[in-house]
Design a binder for this molecule. Structure first.
Ligand code: FAD
Length: 429
């Protein structure tokens, strides 16, 4: 089963594999949004001689498979960001992501990227009958991060989302959703137009130090580069251990229903995208052709499309029982890269390799941030902000880390299920 995104793009320009040996100023490993945003950021700053090497095809990884939500923040939630960095630096890093949301809008318009962008905000729906959760979140975002997430009453929300599952919500206006693969292909096209060379089907197999730079080897070629950027997400293996050891590849899943026509409004009467307040939340949004794109779950296991469709259908029907009989036409998974601290790792290692990894499940705006920061640092405009040094390449402990991540996920799921049950069992007074 092909992903909905792959089924709805035409890859008009294939980029030839690297053949032979050549030199470059900057060699970027990975044609996801982290790598391509860096490439475009460099080109926009007038840096020439930039090469991107992608093992498969542009957007093959998480960047071309995700839920398509574009909003501020990181995988580490804002309360924990504040605890770790204090008010000034936490707000500095958060603001980078809202600036990135604006930059993505601007690039869509400047480069005429046709990516089904729906600028209709995102709703955080409260799974728990506990208004204090939303109040606390709203206060945090307003007082510490300077953004107003507007309250949506239970009655208003019930008018937009035809389900009894939720207890009001918050509306984040400065957010949109889009076809991420079309966007990534658009960024790649803009970078290529500005002089960046992209090679697909060019897996990097070895990175070797050479004088003041590096040699980056693929099976059929090599690039001698002054700068190297590692941006292989959760897919990179056996190239640069210092980065790979610092992230865990974790799978998450998405499906798309058949086009629902008028039935869409029996479930969603909004153009906004939606997620909920559980740790293991559902996320979904209406597509322009009246399908619902639905995502959720986190696992260390890569599952077959049929299994993904079965699991996610169960989640969909729990929220919208009226859609029990819809056909699931696409189901797929993707790998995220998570650091133990849940923040992106953006910077330069002691041996001079630049990196942008660890974006987790919240990566569209943050990969754009990383592209801007690395492009500014490599071009000599300004260094990567100090605050990112607090989130370094800490070891993720491989298989042990994956087992711990799965345990944490299951424990949090159980905690949320118990909290929801306690609340619904409260006597009505
Ligand atoms: C199913 C799913 C849903 C998600 N939903 C959302 C969402 O709605 N909103 C949001 O903000 N974020 C979401 N995310 C997270 C977001 O997609 C990621 O954080 C982001 O795309 C990471 O981008 P990246 O460039 O770091 O990695 P990727 O997009 O994975 O790109 C890495 C690329 O590097 C290539 N590569 C790896 N090794 C090599 C090598 N040796 N040589 C050459 N190339 C190599 C890979 O082939 C791949 O194309 C989701 C993720 C998934 C998987």
């Amino acid at each position: 089963m092909q992903s909905y995104y792959e089924a709805t793009v035409s890859r008009s320009s294939a980029h030839a594999p690297l053949a032979g040996r050549r030199s470059a100023n900057v060699c970027i490993v990975g044609g996801g949004l982290a790598g391509l945003s860096s490439a475009l950021g460099l080109a926009e700053r007038g840096v020439s001689d930039v090469v991107v090497l992608e093992a498969q095809q542009v957007g093959f990884g998480a960047s071309g498979r995700n839920g398509g939500f574009v909003f501020g923040g990181y995988s580490l939630d804002c309360a924990d960001l504040l605890k770790t960095l204090g008010p000034v630096r936490a707000r500095e890093l958060y603001t980078l992501t809202t600036d990135a949301v604006d930059l993505m809008r601007e690039r869509i318009s400047r480069y005429r990227i046709d990516c089904d962008a729906t600028d209709a905000g995102v709703i955080l729906a409260n799974w728990f009958d506990d208004p204090a959760r939303l109040d606390a979140q709203r206060r945090l975002m307003r007082d510490s991060f300077g953004v107003d997430w507007e309250p949506v009453s239970a009655a208003q929300l019930a008018g937009q989302l035809k389900t009894r599952r939720y207890h009001g919500g918050l509306f984040e206006r400065n957010a949109f959703h889009f076809h991420p693969l079309k966007y990534v292909l658009g960024v790649a096209a803009a970078a290529a137009q500005a002089g960046v060379t992209i090679h697909e089907r060019s897996p990097v197999v070895r990175l070797q130090r050479a004088g003041a730079g590096f040699v980056v080897h693929t099976p059929q070629g090599a690039i001698e580069a002054r700068h190297v950027v590692m941006a292989g997400g959760g897919y990179a293996r056996n190239v640069y251990a210092r980065v790979e050891r610092a992230v865990l590849p974790i799978a998450t899943y998405v499906m798309a229903t058949e086009p629902l026509g008028a039935r869409l409004q029996d479930a969603l009467d909004t153009r906004a995208a939606v997620y909920d307040t559980r740790f293991a939340f559902d996320y979904y949004r209406p597509l322009p052709d009246t399908r619902i794109l639905w995502g959720g779950r986190i696992s260390v296991r890569d599952r077959a499309p049929d299994t993904i469709a079965r699991l996610l259908r169960r989640d969909l029907v729990k929220v919208y029982p009226q859609l029990h009989d819809v056909r699931i036409e696409h189901a797929w998974g993707g790998l995220m890269s998570y650091a133990r601290h849940k923040m992106p790792q953006i910077g330069r290692s002691a041996d001079g390799v630049w990196y942008a990894v660890g974006f987790g499940g919240h990566g569209m705006a943050p990969t754009t941030v990383s592209g801007e920061l690395l492009a500014a640092a490599i071009s000599g405009e300004r260094p990567v902000p100090d605050a990112f040094a607090a989130f370094g390449l800490t070891p993720a402990y491989g298989a042990l880390g994956l087992a711990a991540a799965q345990l944490t996920y299951t424990a949090m799921q159980t905690r949320d299920a118990l909290a929801a049950r306690r609340r619904s069992a409260r006597p009505v007074v």
